[in-house]
Design a protein. Structure first.
Ligand SMILES: CC(C)(COP(=O)(O)OP(=O)(O)OC[C@H]1O[C@@H](n2cnc3c(N)ncnc32)[C@H](O)[C@@H]1OP(=O)(O)O)[C@@H](O)C(=O)NCCC(=O)NCCS
Length: 173
């Protein structure tokens, strides 16, 4: 398995900065708290589809204490700061389908890392026998539209007013 507990990778952003990628750990809670300081309101709003001024203790546990089988989370650090998170969580009722979410801190956006993280999550979930990745986002989220539309798999979109849903068919390539 490529994306297992020992996964660790250096990724060079388009602007040359190098990001360290690995799976999330329970010890990352403080980094999650601090990451809120380097994400704009708009970035947080787009990721959580609502304002996110702080994480509760329960949320921090949920975000960092994951089994990496049903819930996979890949984190990226630069200069000691948590600046990228990609997460895929299987549906309880349909464990071969997972919900996916990505957030990149503002100063690191448009450097290729969002697309790269989605690629890693696709590999991780295929390795875990998931055949579809789904997500919900705002219809005006051009960045995420672009990231999803570039994947080498069939993608179905459903637009419903201000919200857009996508389904990536991981069996289609
Ligand atoms: C969406 C998001 C994850 C994209 O990450 P990113 O690292 O900035 O994206 P990338 O650099 O990999 O860009 C991928 C493509 O999208 C394009 N893109 C990125 N941001 C864009 C924007 N704001 N408007 C239009 N296109 C954009 C890039 O130009 C690139 O296209 P290209 O390959 O043709 O050059 C990031 O913007 C983000 O964290 N947004 C806030 C949270 C969010 O919206 N998450 C999605 C819902 S879960």
């Amino acid at each position: 398995m490529k994306i297992d507990r020992d996964f660790s990778e250096e990724y060079a952003l388009a602007d040359g900065r190098v990001v360290s990628l690995r799976l999330v750990q329970p010890e990352d809670k403080q980094s999650f708290v601090e990451s809120l300081n380097i994400c704009s309101h708009q970035t947080l709003y787009n990721r959580f589809m609502g304002s996110k001024p702080k994480f509760s203790e329960n949320e921090l546990r949920y975000l960092t204490e994951v089994d990496q089988r049903h819930h996979v989370a890949i984190v990226g650090f630069h200069d000691g700061n948590l600046m990228a998170v990609g997460r895929a969580i299987r549906y309880m009722s349909q464990p071969q389908i997972a919900d996916v979410g990505i957030i990149i801190a503002d100063a690191y956006q448009r450097n290729g890392i969002g697309s790269y993280l989605l690629g890693l999550l696709m590999i991780a979930m295929i390795e875990r026998n998931v055949y579809q990745l789904c997500g919900e986002m705002f219809s005006v989220n051009n960045a995420m539209f672009r990231v999803v539309d570039e994947v080498p798999f069939d993608v179905k979109w459903r637009l419903d007013g201000s919200v857009a849903n996508f389904e990536i068919d991981l069996t289609s390539n």
